[in-house]
Design a protein around this ligand. Sequence first.
Ligand SMILES: [Zn+2]
Length: 272
Amino acid sequence: MDRIGSVPFGDRTSKDGEARDEVESVEVKPTVVQVYFPGKGRTLAYYNERFDLHVGDIVFVDGKLEGLLGRVTVVSTHFKVKKEDYKQVIGLADTHVTGQFFQANGHLITFDPLVLPWKQFCSWVKPPEDDAGYYVSYDGEGFALDDLSGLEVSDAVYERGMEYHQEDRVVYLCLNGAQGRAIVKGTRPYEVEFRYRKGQIGDLLCDCPCGYTCKHAVAVLLQLRETLEIVEKEYAALWRASDYFSIVSKTMFYTFAVDADPKAVLSLGRRP
Ligand SMILES: [Zn+2]
């Protein structure tokens, strides 16, 4: 992504997501797979030459059902097809999660940057995309997180944002040093980014089409406020040690990390 504009909070290098950069294998035997789309109640066939697919995998495809989540129901390695006749599998959700989570209201929280990094969570909600076509512009204005009047949004937008927050539509949020990113569930998954340092918010951006501060951004800031309160009260030492946390909605976590992975093991304990 081209960064244009001021960089008021220091550097923008990110350490999250690098551990699992490539889900795709080096050499994959082509397959034709049947994919069931729960949102449509339909099963369709797709050609696949990018991933090592298994029954139960959660995938994204191109064509008419692009953006919809599907589940692989049959994998064929023995076939004769014309590749051009088929749409293809373009994304595979990386559902393997290993690590420690703590409670944070409607979310689970981890302080380990490698447990469920940004890039891995993105693979749960959308196919990989390049950033071509995005124009990013910052105006450099910051404001205090505990005084959201700095947002300058209408009452209607603020109220919608509040509803989104209450409905736990902020399904993922990570704060890596000062760099924050979140995914908000709307008509499609929206990506919100911001900088946060010592109570100050800056560089707040959402990739939805509205072009001004939107309900997604409001929801993210309210979620951040709620999470920081919990962190400071319950997990201050863990946060200080790692300068990182990420939260994931309990529903999403169960659907992807538990339900979609037949080999997943849940192990519960109590913190001292
Ligand atoms: Zn938005």
